[in-house]
Design a protein around this ligand. Structure first.
Ligand code: NAP
Length: 472
């Protein structure tokens, strides 16, 4: 029975590793996700088979595992179907929280029931301590992050003062004392509950002051924590699969956190300890009035597109909000049919989570080869006739390169202003995520096309048809 269990676990680990690797490419992401789901199903199967050979474990253990798997699977499937892409950060936060809570509960169950903390060895106790500490922080921190993103929770004024650091340090010290007490004298119940409460409050204390703009970075970090907690829980229950899977999630989450910090030009320290005063509010830069706005009609936009040889599309958060990806694809199909070269410029933090734009465009069957990363497309803008900026704002703001007082200064951006003509499709003059003015809109080669992205693209499609673009 042991051989079968280890064989299943090994296959599951391999599938999981392949799944995570496949997620790094848009083309393989869907099948990679399915591989990872199969790995999880195998993990549950391995657990059930393990119990077959264990005497003293009743059918009740099987029943609980199956009930838990079915409930979790059904809830996961329903959530995946219903949640819109724009709410993905909140959903990921909730899932991270569930991961943290699971590790916390596994460690508590192991401490109170089969292991008997007092009698457990050093490795088991240390694993329980880590699992409880990181699991509790991940759980409460993720729930706070989700509630803030949903708009259910805002940062109380006192949480923005420096005194919050004193409270957080006190909670960290209490957690440390409880952990040391548990490890050195194995004093189970009291120390364990102190650790649960102190680390749970620490998760709230650290996450609550963080501003909305930095929340996706925090979610990615919490994702990494949930991996660490799962790996520690793996040591607690002796599951190699959980250890490997947890370690992979922990490492992947950390790398993602780093990528997002670079993409937004924020250091992790300023995200974690900077508080709710986001970059824009803190620096006071990036303001000012618009002085040279030119707007144009959809018809003028269509005429310019008709005459272009090379067009670059810049998708942003507004495109996702408008759910205009399918209409966009129809527009680009007719441009391509007219022999116009079309590419899509993908900024690493366009939208509200990494990969947001890739997923959105993949939904509309945009060929992967046409998605160009920022470093690849930036040198190509001077040779581009028309750039169509669709519901994007911060990621095309030249202030990031030209204005040292701007909160965006240093953030890598798409150099769309170097193209011959830039059309910006948005509903009005409201700011993007950073809340600041966009100098691109004032430039002589930029024209605003006001309206909801889906409506404008629908009208544009109509104009292109009337002009006979794409028709032989
Ligand atoms: P953005 O700066 O948030 O701008 C989106 C623009 O879309 C807004 O200016 C809005 O203007 C417009 N818009 C909204 N609904 C629209 C609709 N229905 N039709 C047309 N336009 C619409 O978006 P972004 O350029 O994609 O930049 C992403 C921002 O999010 C960056 O600041 C980035 O740092 C931040 N962020 C991203 C991540 C990530 O991982 N991707 C993580 C954290 C933060 P109107 O209201 O005038 O229409």
């Amino acid at each position: 029975m042991d051989f079968l269990k280890y064989a299943i676990e090994l296959v599951a680990v391999l599938l999981l590793a392949l799944g995570i690797k496949g997620l790094s490419k848009v083309r393989s992401a869907r099948s990679a996700n399915q591989l990872a789901a199969v790995a999880m199903a195998l993990a549950v199967l391995g657990l059930l088979i393990n119990y077959l050979g264990t005497s003293g474990i009743s059918a009740a253990a099987w029943t609980w595992i199956i009930i838990g798997t079915v409930i979790g699977g059904v809830l996961g499937a329903i959530t995946a179907q219903r949640v819109p892409m724009t709410s993905m950060p909140e959903t990921v936060a909730l899932f991270n929280g569930c991961g943290g809570m699971s590790s916390l509960l596994v460690a508590l169950a192991a401490a109170f029931f089969p292991l008997q903390l007092e009698a457990a060895g050093l490795v088991a106790v240390v694993s329980i301590v880590i699992s409880v500490f990181v699991g509790a922080i991940t759980f409460t921190g993720s729930i706070v992050a989700m509630a803030k993103l949903q708009g259910w929770l805002s940062t109380p004024a006192w949480m923005q003062s420096k005194s919050r650091h004193v409270v957080n340090i006190a909670l960290a010290v209490a957690s440390l004392v409880a952990a040391i007490k548990l490890i050195t004298d194995g004093n189970g119940t009291q120390g364990l509950w102190l650790l649960v409460v102190a680390s749970g409050l620490l998760g709230i204390g650290v996450t609550l002051p963080i501003g909305g703009a930095d929340m996706p970075v925090v979610i990615s970090l919490l994702n990494s924590y949930s991996g660490v907690a799962a790996a520690a829980a793996g040591f607690v229950v002796g599951s190699q699969l959980l250890i490997v899977a947890g370690a992979m999630v922990g490492a992947a989450g950390l790398i993602l956190t780093q990528v997002m910090c670079n993409g937004m030009n924020r250091s992790l320290v300023s995200v974690l300890f900077g508080g709710a005063l986001g970059a824009s509010a803190a620096s006071g830069g990036g303001g000012g009035e618009y002085t040279n706005i030119t707007s144009c009609s959809v018809e003028e936009c269509a005429l310019t597109l008709e005459a272009a040889e090379r067009v670059v599309i810049v998708p942003g958060y507004g495109l996702a909000v408008a759910q205009a990806q399918h209409t966009l694809r129809e527009v680009t199909r007719s441009l391509e049919a007219a022999g116009i070269q079309v590419d899509y410029a993908i900024h690493p933090v366009a939208g509200r989570m990494p990969g947001h734009m890739n997923v959105l465009l993949a939904e509309a069957d945009v060929p992967y080869e046409q998605l160009k990363e920022m470093d690849v497309i930036n040198p190509e803008f001077p040779a581009t006739d028309v750039v169509l900026v669709l519901g994007a704002n911060d990621v095309v703001n030249p202030q990031a390169k030209n204005d040292p007082s701007s909160p965006l200064y240093g953030m890598p951006v798409l150099d769309v202003q170097q193209a011959r003509t830039v059309f910006v499709v948005k509903r009005g003059m409201s700011a993007g995520y950073s809340g600041i003015k966009n100098d691109l809109f004032d430039l002589a080669n930029t024209s605003m096309v006001f309206g909801d992205a889906k409506k404008v693209l629908g009208d544009l499609l109509g104009e292109l048809k009337e002009l006979g673009v794409g028709k032989k």
